[in-house]
Write a protein that binds this ligand. Structure first.
Ligand SMILES: *Cc1c(COP(=O)(O)O)cnc(C)c1O
Length: 405
């Protein structure tokens, strides 16, 4: 797939317009330069491309299918809803797409250890999996609140051989886990590499993670034609840092007749601390080494954020999303906790697919959108992950509905 956009964005300094870049302490300048150079070299290397193709096909289980959600479509009435099934990717979410590639890169650089943060635990599980497969050590930083909420993933990471380090400061969720992982990386930069879990962080990570995730969009473009013999009219994905969204958007970015919609979590309400809708309520600022749109408190520091989806409660967003949103190429959709829980149960009971709470935000938005469109229109939802990790939390807090839809 040739795309002029993907080949020219970001620029050589990692900027998407004014967003992106690299704001890092001097001690990290050389390691990030090494990562960038290694990636530039690897992406042109036939061995790297072949190795990635091999693991995707024979280990991850790609390509993942696109399913037509017939019952959900009938229930909503209106546009046809299709699902790109990243829940069927090994480890149950899209994250392995970039983790396998990041660990190949780490190996290429001669590193012994991979370090990362995790929110819902999906990135941690994916990275621990990739590290096990390629024989590297793995250190995962996770907020204490998320450790309590995402117990099954914590156990999975431990079984896979990863070391878990709890982030105990502040709100004890994703942002604090990133702070903690960065600090640890700085102290052992010779032997390790920081594997960022989304299209965020300093250059080259937003570009690299997008490129690794673009397999979702490349597959989708071909597969959707099998169903409808044309492009989808709308592509919908939830946005935390924005990697699953950028992955699927990448396949359609040059097709300007395809609406690309990133869904942000409205959580419990509009006040600061109740949501994590960065693009909707944020302003320009630098956090975690890159310039983007972020939610700030009164002091200009990263604001507290919340969403029922632990993987999407992040106070900033990938710089490419900030750019594409400002340029108008992508649009933002909103979904609150209540709508996400409703979509979680509807998709489970109507389609036999238990979605991750993060992905349920995209499903909920698609359900609202479908109702406003005629039946010859189509919506492709990126179902970023499966919901096994969320089942204990959700049944305890939001009882299973006993109505038949
Ligand atoms: C991590 C995660 C997300 C959010 O991350 P993005 O980088 O925004 O894609 C969404 N869905 C699932 C299932 C996740 O694990």
């Amino acid at each position: 797939m040739k795309s002029e956009y993907l080949e020219t964005m970001p620029d050589k300094n990692g900027y998407f317009g004014k967003f992106g870049g690299s704001f890092i302490p001097p001690i990290l300048e050389k390691p990030f330069e090494d990562i960038k150079n290694a990636y530039e070299q690897l992406k042109k290397s036939p061995e790297f491309i072949d190795e990635l193709k091999y693991v995707r096909k024979h280990y991850q289980g790609r390509p993942t299918p696109i399913s037509f959600a017939k019952n959900l479509t009938n229930y909503c009435g209106g546009a046809k809803i299709y699902l790109k099934r990243e829940d069927l990717n090994h480890t149950g979410a899209h994250k392995l797409n970039h983790c396998m590639a990041e660990v190949i890169l780490a190996k290429h650089l001669g590193k012994k250890k991979v370090i990362a943060e995790t929110g819902a635990g999906q990135h941690g599980v994916a990275l621990a999996t990739a590290a096990a497969y390629f024989g590297l050590e793995c250190e995962i930083h996770m907020g204490e609140v998320d450790i309590a909420k995402e117990h099954p993933n914590v156990i999975r990471m431990k079984i896979l051989g990863a070391k878990i380090i709890p982030a105990t400061h502040g709100l004890k969720t994703l942002k604090e886990a990133v702070d903690s992982a960065f600090e640890s990386y700085v102290s052992q930069v010779e032997d390790s590499i920081y594997c960022i879990g989304s299209v965020v962080g300093p250059h080259p990570f937003p570009m690299m993670v997008r490129d690794f995730q673009s397999i979702i969009g490349i597959e989708s473009k071909e597969q959707f034609k099998e169903h409808e013999n044309k492009n989808p009219d709308n592509v919908v994905a939830c946005v935390g840092g924005g990697s699953n969204a950028m992955g699927i958007f990448a396949g359609f970015i040059d097709d300007t007749d395809v609406n690309l919609i990133g869904v942000e979590p409205m959580g419990k309400g509009e006040k600061i601390g109740e949501h994590s809708a960065s693009l909707t309520y944020g302003e320009e600022g630098v956090m975690h080494g890159f310039n983007s749109i972020m939610l700030k408190d009164k002091e200009g520091e990263p604001a507290p954020v919340y969403s029922i989806g632990s993987g999407i409660d992040y106070p900033s967003v990938g710089p490419e999303h900030a750019y594409l949103n400002e340029s108008g190429r992508t649009k933002v959709g909103l979904c609150d906790d209540k709508e996400a829980i409703d979509a979680f149960y509807k998709l489970s009971q109507l389609e036999g697919i238990i979605p991750a709470l993060e992905s349920a935000h995209a499903v909920a938005y698609a359900m609202k959108l479908a109702k406003t469109l005629p039946s010859d229109k189509t919506i492709l939802v990126n179902l970023s992950g499966r919901g096994d990790k969320d089942i204990d939390f959700i049944v305890e807090n939001h009882p299973i509905p006993n109505t038949k839809f």
